[in-house]
Design a protein around this ligand. Structure first.
Ligand SMILES: C[S@@+](CC[C@H](N)C(=O)[O-])C[C@H]1O[C@@H](n2cnc3c(N)ncnc32)[C@H](O)[C@@H]1O
Length: 465
């Protein structure tokens, strides 16, 4: 089968070619289907977004622009998100390519469980998981690289998650801290990213015939660590955004051979979804329980997903109650400033556990163990900072609280608000802190002084339209 060169234009007008070895490999693996597969890799990429079930209603403005509903994902839509829209800036939507959304559906976490997203940045799957958990229980979202962990924390902050803790550790450092701890673990592994070629053609430049095997070695190491943290009876979901069998079926075949206590759970297939190919690994027929998404069959970029269960009785997560008489680690003064603020501005808000890191007040989910030594990335769990004789709330708190004292501004005033301007109120309430809302979206904090609404939208997030 002969092909004309498959080329992609990079930013700056550079052209990159799909390597001949890549084309020949998939001609060999896919036979007659290869032409359709390679043609799909030349078609435009598929954009999608998910709505945030933690918000009070649907993001109707973004949904109005959608190109359709994604059948297998209750919160999923085809279409682009405007990064400067009210829905996006306030965390009512998350932009995610459609096949990546299947991963959260396969993990299927339940409210109250302990869940680990081990390779979590920038947070597409983490935001999906905490939404499915209805923000109850514990999600540990871990990312090895600190800079990417910060982006992950910002995305979970925008999502309004209360029960997610962002950590930045390598899997082998994390493992001894959480022995047999989690009900569910997701390993959305770093991979050769062949499924991202048409969306991000820059990745093509890193591909060489041995690259998938190099990635597979790293994936096996990560999985070994992940398994140390899984409870008996717990489930592990492994996913990649690559088509390479070395990183997909072959990694799962290795897992099943190495850990006889693991078994595959069938992933139901809907129209356009393929089963994994046993012949691309060791012939184990169980591999058909895994899921493959190819861009010539399913409207998305491509993914591989496997779900495994560890033998043993499933254990119910225990809620760790604060011991009687145990005090949160706040000084009497800090406790007073926080309580004054909470009772005046958001009396319905009751975080599970309060701790301080320096002057910062952090809300910790009860289920997060007290004695672990891991790097926690502030963001989604930060309530605010103690300043001289007062408490100043964080942006994360405005997005995470459901009910608060609020001041509603117009859409035009929202444009001024995200620009950092002081807003003049025509009918100002009494002086003090308010969550600024626009069309019911929590946008951030404002402090009313007379008829002025002082702007506390974070400087780093400000933009002009
Ligand atoms: C496929 S991406 C994760 C995407 C993310 N789950 C999402 O949905 O937004 C894989 C992540 O693994 C991280 N990573 C790279 N090397 C790693 C390693 N050795 N151990 C753990 N994670 C690693 C990368 O930085 C990257 O953020």
């Amino acid at each position: 089968m002969a092909f004309v060169k498959l080329t992609y234009q990079l930013e700056g007008a550079n052209i990159v070619e799909l390597p001949t070895a890549f084309i020949e490999k998939y001609q060999r693996l896919l036979g007659d289907e290869a032409a359709d597969f390679l043609a799909a890799l030349q078609a435009p990429s598929q954009a999608g977004f998910r709505s945030n079930p933690l918000k009070p209603t649907l993001p109707t403005a973004t949904i109005a622009q959608a190109k359709g509903k994604i059948a297998a994902v209750p919160t999923g839509y085809y279409g682009q998100v405007d990064g400067h829209s009210l829905d996006h800036v306030t965390g009512w939507v998350y932009s995610q390519e459609p096949s990546a959304m299947l991963v959260g559906e396969v993990v299927a976490p339940q409210a109250g469980e302990k869940v680990l997203d081990l390779c979590a940045a920038p947070g597409g799957k983490s935001t999906h998981l905490i939404g499915k958990m209805q923000d109850q229980g514990l999600l540990v979202a871990n990312e090895i690289f600190p800079k990417r962990a910060k982006i992950l924390a910002e995305n979970l902050e925008r999502w309004g998650a209360n029960q997610a803790v962002v950590t930045s550790e390598s899997p082998d450092h994390l493992a001894p801290q959480f022995p047999q701890f989690f009900d569910r673990i997701l390993v959305d592994a770093p991979c050769s990213g062949e499924g991202m070629f048409r969306k991000e053609p820059e990745g093509i430049q890193y591909w060489h015939p041995d690259y998938p095997l190099e990635c597979a070695n790293r994936q096996r190491k990560i999985l070994k660590s992940a398994l140390q943290m899984l409870k008996p009876g717990g489930t592990l979901v492994y996913s990649t955004c690559t088509f390479a069998p070395e990183e997909d079926e072959q990694v799962i075949a290795w897992l099943l051979d190495t850990y006889p206590e693991l078994s595959l759970v069938e992933i139901p297939k809907q129209a356009g979804m393929d089963a994994g190919h046993p012949a691309w690994a060791n012939g184990n027929p169980e591999l058909t329980k895994t899921l493959r998404l190819f861009p010539h069959h399913y409207q998305g970029e491509g993914h591989f997903i496997a779900k495994l269960q560890l033998a043993g009785e499933p254990q119910v997560s225990k809620r760790v109650k604060q011991r009687k008489g145990q005090r949160p680690s706040l000084t009497k003064e800090q406790q007073q400033y926080w309580e004054e603020f909470r009772q005046t501005v958001l009396p319905a808000y009751q975080p599970e556990r309060l701790v301080t890191v320096g002057d910062h007040l952090i809300a910790m989910p009860d289920l997060f163990p007290r004695d672990v030594k891991v790097k926690i990335v502030q963001g989604d769990v930060e309530l605010g900072i103690f300043k001289k004789k007062r408490f100043e709330p964080s942006h994360a708190l405005a997005l995470a609280c459901q009910q608060a004292r609020q001041v509603e501004i117009s859409f035009d005033d929202w444009h001024s608000y995200v620009h950092g301007d002081v807003i003049t109120l025509t009918d100002p309430p009494t002086n003090g802190w308010y969550v600024v809302t626009c069309q019911g979206h929590h946008c951030g904090w404002g402090k009313v002084t007379g008829s002025n609404l002082k702007n506390f939208f974070p400087k780093g997030l400000r933009f002009g339209l």
